[in-house]
Structure formats: structure tokens, C-alpha cells
Write a protein that binds this ligand. Sequence first.
Ligand code: IMP
Length: 189
Amino acid sequence: MLSAQQKASAFDPHGGPFKELLSAETIAARVAEMGKQITEDHRDHGEDLVLLSVLKGSVIFIADLCRAIALPLSLEFIGIASYGDETKSSGVVRITSDLTRPIEGKHVIVVEDIIDTGLTVHYLMHNLRTRRPASVSLCSLLHKPSRTARPVDIDYLGFTVPDQFVLGYGLDVAQQFRNLPYIGYFDGE
Ligand code: IMP
């Protein structure tokens, strides 16, 4: 449990309770590269490109990523919850808030914060394919390959991270710390 003082100092990436894994500058540089790559790959898709944010973890990432893509696109959001406890994915997923528009015939890029076991995104990709989009690809800021239970192809990946619970830049611990500008982990030592 963190004290109120420790929580407040979390916003200092070098003096707080979390160890910095990826700095705000490192993230920004990689997001710019990912945006360029997506722009090149989707140049011919006119106005049919949809960036789909998986709530809530990917909202900070998608806000930066969409501005690094020099193409017309629309944003969609989907809320999903995994049955199971807060920290463990069960693979049984339910949609808590669905898309506002059909994606039939659209080129959809699913934007995730992190692929951990892969169970959540595996379910989601399957669900989206039943809606007959022209294509569905996957973009994730982070991947923890050591935890894979369901292998998934990640078309656009920011960083591979070790098997640590990470937070910041959209990722939370008990709904907090999403607004840290860097990605860190709790160093309990
Ligand atoms: P998966 O189904 O195990 O791949 O879990 C996916 C979701 O679990 C992610 O979209 C995150 O919301 C959450 N998650 C997994 N690992 C972490 C972590 O290290 N920090 C914060 N959230 C995580």
C-alpha cells in the first residue's frame, strides 16, 4: 500500500515509488514511428480507416497515436471486461460498451495498451471479425511475451516489456496513475 506522500511523488519519474521503464520522450519517439508506419500501410484506405481504442488503458496512447497518423480516420471506443479478478485475465470477456457505428467494409486497427496473456484481445479480434470489416489489424504499445497464453499477431508493436506489472501512460493500478507521463513499475525492493 502506498502512502499519500508516495502517491504524490509518483509524478517524479526519478524520485517516486515507481521505477521508470520507458520515459515520456522514449514513448513519444516510438509513437511517432508507429504513426508513420500506419500512415504508409493504410495510404490507400481513403476514409475507411477506423482506430479502435480498447478502454480504458489505451486512451492516452490512441490520443497521441492518432495525431501521428497523417490520414483521415475515425475513432471508435470499446469497453470490455474480463470475468476474473483485477489482475488476472480469465479469457471470458464481455462487452461493457460497444462501438457506435458499424465497421462492415472498414479497415480497423485495434489499439491496445498491453498484450499480457493475449486472452482479451484474442476474444476481441474474433468478435470484430464477425462484423465483416475489410481488415482488422492489431496495434499495441506494450507486449509481455513471457505471459502469453494465447499467441496473437501484433501488427504494430511499441515495446516488449519484462514480466512486471507496469503502470502509467494509460495503464492503471486500481484505476489510478493512468496520467503518469512515463511508464514505470513498482519497485518493492
Ligand atoms: P490480457 O488479456 O492478459 O492480455 O490482459 C489485457 C489487459 O490487462 C490489458 O489491456 C490491461 O488493461 C491489463 N493489464 C495486463 N497487464 C497489465 C500491467 O502490467 N499493467 C496494467 N494493466 C495490465
